[in-house]
Design a protein around this ligand. Structure first.
Ligand SMILES: O=C(O)CCC(=O)C(=O)O
Ligand SMILES: [Fe+2]
Length: 353
């Protein structure tokens, strides 16, 4: 019998390669999640209006700023509409992502992590497939955007290179506006002293979740919070019941993040929670897969450069207020996160004082 894990991970076919190669009618055993990791219906809150949707057509409107800061403080996740990126441009980057995953397994393999033909783009599967007992039903291609390095994108796959560059360029000013609003609310601005922490790096994922024979037994992306400052995520319009956010830190209830045509999902990452000494909170989220259709999602992660020192900003702390997190260099934070399995907010919790 075929060793599925070996085929997907070591032979670098990914889970996309697996579903293309075999007609699966049941979920292969390496993907069967323990019950507590499955998003069963009893854990889902059913109201559809729990995720704020903010119209940002006027960034200078104080009401817009208030809604953004409020959502960042409470749930740590919201959607924005009328952000200025045209629907056709969003469709183009989704189509480019699908274009990449429609390449042959052999073509895709050229980008596999560890032996990728590109230093700034690599493909892998699940989250930490060497360590995980149970795999996640997802492949992803990651891009690092280094605008100062002029030829950074020459090695990116031809099928999607232009759209990725365009998308990075369009997302960057939107991210900066949101971060600026969040900083202003803390009586700070983005300046030379903090820009490298807030958005010194930008990365993008093409997440690909193939159709799954028994979605209720699997997860697409396991429970985690993003470890950066801010994520702007594009999800496909027409695929429901995929992304879920944890409603409250202490309960096991989850809220569906519905796809809205033309919208971007914005979520707060751990670094912003630390810098703001908990005034903003990173949100735990996870992804459920589908039986009949594959799904693509495209998060852009803004975050610190590796040698940034992350700690509650002295200017945020009120008189006698204690810092709630110990200081850490960001590269150490990354090691902590990527050395674990997806496990909710364990990385940020490990820094709590
Ligand atoms: O696929 C999604 O909707 C979310 C993916 C995600 O959370 C991530 O890539 O960090
Ligand atoms: Fe995420």
């Amino acid at each position: 019998m075929m060793d599925m894990r070996d085929f997907v991970v070591n032979q670098r076919n990914g889970v996309k390669g697996l579903v293309d190669y075999l007609t699966l009618t049941t979920l292969p055993s390496p993907y069967i999640q323990p019950l507590q990791e499955r998003l069963t219906s009893d854990k889902i809150l059913s109201s559809s209006s729990l995720i704020p949707v903010i119209d940002v057509s006027d960034w200078t409107n104080t009401e817009v700023a208030r809604e953004i800061c409020d959502a960042a403080a409470k749930l740590g996740l919201f959607q924005i509409v009328n952000h200025g990126i045209a629907p056709e441009e969003l469709k183009a980057v989704i189509a480019a992502a699908r274009g990449f995953f429609e390449l042959s397994a052999e073509e895709r393999r050229r980008y596999w992590r560890g032996s990728s033909v590109s230093e700034t783009a690599w493909l892998t599967t699940s989250f930490n497939p060497v360590k995980e007992c149970v795999l996640e039903w997802r492949d992803f291609l990651k891009f690092e955007y280094l605008p100062q390095q002029h030829d950074f994108a020459t090695t990116w796959p031809r099928v999607c290179k232009e759209q990725v560059i365009d998308h990075f360029k369009m997302i960057k000013p939107i991210a900066k506006k949101i971060l600026n609003i969040l900083m202003n609310n803390l009586n700070l601005t983005i300046d030379e002293s903090n820009e490298n922490i807030l958005m010194g790096t930008m990365r993008m994922n093409f997440n690909y979740y193939p159709e799954c024979p028994e979605p209720s037994l699997a997860v697409g992306t396991g429970r985690h919070s993003d470890i950066n400052t801010l994520t702007l995520l594009l999800q496909e319009d027409d695929i429901l019941s995929s992304l879920y956010a944890r409603a409250t830190e202490d309960g096991d209830k989850w809220i569906h993040v519905p796809p809205i045509p033309g919208a971007l999902v914005v979520n707060i990452g751990d670094v912003l929670q630390i810098l703001s000494n908990d005034r903003y909170r990173s949100v735990e989220h996870c992804v459920v897969v589908n039986k009949l259709c594959s799904r693509v999602s495209i998060p852009v992660f803004c975050g610190p450069v590796h040698d940034s020192v992350i700690e509650p900003l002295p200017k945020v702390l009120k008189k006698n207020e204690m810092a709630r997190y110990r200081k850490i260099v960001y590269s150490e934070y990354l090691k902590g996160f990527f050395g674990r399995l997806h496990d909710g907010k364990k990385t940020i919790e490990s820094l709590k004082l």
